[in-house]
Design a protein around this ligand. Structure first.
Ligand code: 6MZ
Length: 343
């Protein structure tokens, strides 16, 4: 089965750019930035070494580790390098469709506009280097950065979307779920929808926020990140509103929101409630995983067979934010792969 899953054309719908950088990639960025053997490089290498085998029992702890890549990527060349490395990693794992999300940032060397333009440029470049993988972009609002930062981000998106409507396809809200209030973001999300963006919102990643969860589902979204603590009426509402849930197994376990693979809500949602789900990596660098591994964990834990895997691929294509034409091309590739195997 491992060989089958590795070779399978895969669809990744929930991957944060900076979280997808592996420790080796972070080291490469530190070497490029500071020079091999320099004291600064060694300082970061020690920090990066601490990241290996990261596991926390507290989601808030997890957000501290993104600081390393944020501190390292201080110019557009490093940002481009990071983006290309991440796309290459997914390509090498036979991902044929990737939606990458990232919070636009600014610093001394670049503006948010340049941040997004550089990523779009890198995506374009990757399409000639790796024509087998289609890559789309979802800018993120980070709840911890607040509403003014989100407003600024939306303004930048509105400047770019006319030029790149086939690359910027959606909007993500992520960041520490205990920061800020969803309702403050509603006016911005209404504007985002008017710009033609689809919504993939982190929701119910922590327990005890049922009211906000209901408010978010009622507001509407195309896909939900995590949905770990959805229960009772919110589960019914989720089903009724045909929202696809992006399940990130290892991420939830390493952040302590799910106890172990056996307990993961993927099982209940997919098999019992027949809710559309996709298996995703979230932050494959930080959590030391890849999409094949995530699918294999689900295979080993819940006994998925090839028929289930085919269904999951079809759900990924259906709920992706791409054109019908691209969906048809990916469907043909996936179908051809499954036609050659015995069920
Ligand atoms: C919520 C997460 C996340 O945007 O700098 N992020 N937000 N829940 C999670 N579960 C573990 N994992 C990552 O990528 C890193 C950023 O993605 C969000 C956080 O805002 C984090 O700072 P970018 O490319």
């Amino acid at each position: 089965m491992e060989e089958f899953v590795r070779g399978m054309p895969k669809i990744e719908l929930h991957a944060h750019l900076n979280g997808s950088l592996t420790t080796n990639m972070l080291e490469e960025l530190a070497e490029t930035k500071f020079g091999l053997g320099s004291p600064e490089c060694e300082f970061y290498k020690e920090k990066i070494a601490d990241l290996r085998n990261f596991s926390s029992k507290n989601l808030s702890e997890c957000f501290k580790i993104f600081k390393i890549s944020h501190e390292l990527i201080t110019n557009l060349d490093l940002l481009k390098k990071a983006t290309l490395l991440v796309i290459q990693k997914f390509h090498l794992d036979n991902t044929v469709y990737l939606e990458i999300r990232t919070t636009p940032k600014r610093c001394k060397e670049f503006t948010k506009l340049q941040y997004l333009e550089t990523i779009i440029d890198s995506i374009k470049e990757s399409q000639s280097t790796y024509p087998e993988i289609t890559v789309k972009l979802l800018p993120s609002f980070d709840r911890a950065r607040g509403i003014l930062d989100a407003e600024e981000t939306l303004e930048v998106i509105s400047q770019l979307i006319g030029k790149f409507p086939n690359t910027i396809v959606g909007l993500d809200i992520s960041g520490d779920p205990s920061a800020g209030c969803f309702k403050d973001y509603k006016p911005l999300l209404i504007k985002a929808k008017l710009l033609g963006l689809r919504l993939a919102l982190h929701c119910a990643e922590i327990d005890g926020i049922e009211d906000e969860t209901r408010e978010m589902i009622e507001f509407g979204m195309d896909r939900m990140g995590h949905g770990t603590f959805i229960k009772d009426e919110n589960l019914d509402l989720l089903k009724k509103n045909d929202i696809c849930v992006e399940c990130c197994l290892t991420s939830n376990i390493k952040c302590g929101t799910v106890k172990n693979y056996d307990d993961h809500h993927f099982n209940e949602m997919f098999f019992q409630h027949k809710i559309p789900v996709v298996i995703c990596t979230d932050d494959c660098g930080v959590f030391d995983t890849d999409l094949s591994k995530e699918i294999l964990y689900a295979v080993d834990t819940f006994g998925l067979d090839k028929f289930d895997l085919f269904n999951l691929c079809k759900l990924g294509i259906k709920y992706s934010f791409t054109s019908d034409e691209t969906k048809a091309i990916i469907t043909n590739r996936v179908s051809a792969y499954f036609q050659n195997c015995k069920f």
